[in-house]
Design a protein around this ligand. Structure first.
Ligand SMILES: *[C@@H]1O[C@H](CO)[C@@H](O)[C@H](O)[C@H]1NC(C)=O
Ligand SMILES: *[C@@H]1O[C@H](CO)[C@@H](O)[C@H](O)[C@H]1NC(C)=O
Ligand SMILES: *[C@@H]1O[C@H](CO)[C@@H](O)[C@H](O)[C@H]1NC(C)=O
Ligand SMILES: *[C@@H]1O[C@H](CO)[C@@H](O)[C@H](O)[C@H]1NC(C)=O
Ligand SMILES: *[C@@H]1O[C@H](CO)[C@@H](O)[C@H](O)[C@H]1NC(C)=O
Ligand SMILES: *[C@@H]1O[C@H](CO)[C@@H](O)[C@H](O)[C@H]1NC(C)=O
Length: 417
């Protein structure tokens, strides 16, 4: 029936040219398309609905997106790659090259469809442009057009036959996509409106304005207010002022547009946005200070350098940068140095006497008196003839309880002869 086809095409032409005689472009053409429940290969591929071809509207013509039969939902979307200003959407349904109507088996699968514009692939996060509760087997058009002057990145076609929902008698039991072409007319760039997409949005800081009226619908990053006349509140920035500034040195010097801290970061933070704490082991303004001798993982507060888990042996203070006081050493400076020759040379860390022991003591820590019978510097001297060798002073060799018979002097080294 070539006359029928001719008439059908005449209708398409009318819709395409006269209903919207303007400069909007089909921003869906050749973009990425996707459908649920899809067979692999080219014949029914989702991208067939954005390939510009719509001369053969049959199921096997290779020009239509067709999902599996026998499903309760059908979902198809096109990704416009960025948020676009949309004016209207035209859908060329699969018709098997016959007029739609009660005698066309495909008609009942279309009824009840809906069209969304969303910023994600989730239709429920977007705007419902059209939900069919209007058409019947007799009135369903082969080409459907809906005006939807919103901004979005995805145009989603959806249909369902939900369990427990009573549909009109002329609805099919199952649904599938069956879309030969989905044309999304709008502006190629944001920030403009008008039928030629050539008029800049009237409000200077408006990014998304109504495609017909120019009323602002969304501001450029960093601005807010009905006409985007206000910068973001202090401490916030970016799209819809939804981002929170980092630890800027001066909170009013956080760029409302991109969040950069224009005069640098507060102590403890680094990076353009001052959202990154100092690297481990560093702290303070510009992260230019080094943590002290913190216990364990050298973990100190990125802001003020306080050690979280106390100090390593030999150090004290919140920052663990101070050695133990003179004469003390070890964990929490709890240990007392031994008899070092020079107490200033007692290791704050382990108590070792670095320049040796005072007279009468031995060992690294100089905590042990000389062995029995010895005394003096480095325990190098031998006690004299003390009555009780245990009573020979380890320090100076004095026999505290006197001498053996035949000896005299405090060291009992002199013969009484
Ligand atoms: C549909 O076609 C595109 C591009 O030609 C291809 O990358 C994709 O794999 C096809 N999808 C399926 C389900 O075959
Ligand atoms: C559509 O494509 C099918 C399958 O290739 C073919 O049989 C049919 O003749 C085509 N119809 C038209 C109108 O081009
Ligand atoms: C998409 O995001 C833009 C910018 O945030 C917003 O103006 C628009 O309303 C959103 N579109 C939808 C459909 O939610
Ligand atoms: C409802 O269907 C009638 C045809 O029956 C059509 O003229 C009208 O435009 C449709 N309304 C909408 C909102 O699609
Ligand atoms: C759109 O462009 C046409 C042709 O260049 C011009 O005649 C018309 O005035 C323009 N319309 C607007 C609203 O700019
Ligand atoms: C961030 O915005 C400020 C103005 O607020 C500008 O000077 C700076 O160059 C921007 N930085 C980047 C990385 O875009």
């Amino acid at each position: 029936m070539p006359w029928l086809l001719t008439r059908m095409y005449a209708v398409f032409v009318c819709v395409g040219v006269f209903a919207f005689a303007n400069g909007y472009v089909n921003i869906a053409l050749y973009k990425q398309a996707y459908q649920h429940n899809s067979e692999a290969g080219d014949t029914f591929n989702a991208s067939n609905a954005v390939d510009g071809r719509k001369s053969n509207l049959s199921v096997d013509g290779g020009q239509c997106a067709v999902s599996y039969w026998g499903k309760k939902t059908a979902t198809w979307w096109v990704n416009l790659y960025s948020i676009h200003s949309i004016h209207h959407i035209a859908i060329y349904f699969m018709t098997n090259n016959q007029p739609l109507g009660p005698s066309n088996l495909l008609t009942k699968y279309i009824l009840g469809f809906s069209v969304y514009v969303s910023n994600t692939t989730d239709r429920l996060q977007g705007t419902l442009c059209y939900k069919d509760d209007n058409f019947t087997l007799f009135t369903m058009p082969a080409v459907f057009t809906t005006t939807c002057p919103v901004h979005g990145q995805y145009v989603i076609y959806y249909n369902e036959r939900r369990q427990g929902v009573t549909n009109p008698d002329d609805y099919s039991k199952y649904v599938f996509t069956g879309l030969c072409e989905v044309e999304v007319y709008g502006c190629p760039a944001t920030g403009y409106f008008g039928s030629n997409c050539s008029v800049p949005c009237p409000d200077v800081n408006c990014q998304y304005c109504h495609i017909e009226t120019g009323t602002c619908q969304g501001c450029k990053p960093g601005y807010q207010g009905h006409r985007c006349e206000l910068v973001c509140d202090e401490g916030s920035y970016g799209p819809e002022c939804k981002q929170i500034c980092g630890q800027c040195r001066e909170v009013n010097q956080c760029s409302n547009i991109n969040g950069t801290c224009l005069t640098g970061c507060d102590a403890g933070y680094q990076g353009n946005f001052c959202k990154t704490p100092c690297d481990r082991g560093l702290y303070g303004f510009k992260c230019n200070k080094t943590c002290g001798q913190c216990r364990g993982l050298n973990q100190c507060s990125n802001i003020n350098g306080t050690c979280f888990t106390g100090c390593d042996a030999g150090y004290q203070g919140d920052l663990c940068k101070t050695s133990c006081d003179r004469g003390l050493y070890g964990s929490e400076c709890n240990e007392t140095c031994g008899h070092c020759r020079d107490l200033n040379q007692c290791s704050n860390i382990n108590g070792t006497c670095l320049t040796g022991c005072a007279a009468g003591y031995q060992g690294n820590l100089c905590k042990s008196p000389c062995d029995r019978g010895l005394y003096g510097s480095e325990c190098n001297e031998r006690c004299g003839h003390c009555r009780d060798v245990n009573q020979c002073s380890n320090i100076n060799g004095t026999c505290v309880t006197g001498c053996d018979a035949g000896f005299q002097g405090s060291l009992c080294k002199t013969c009484k002869c």
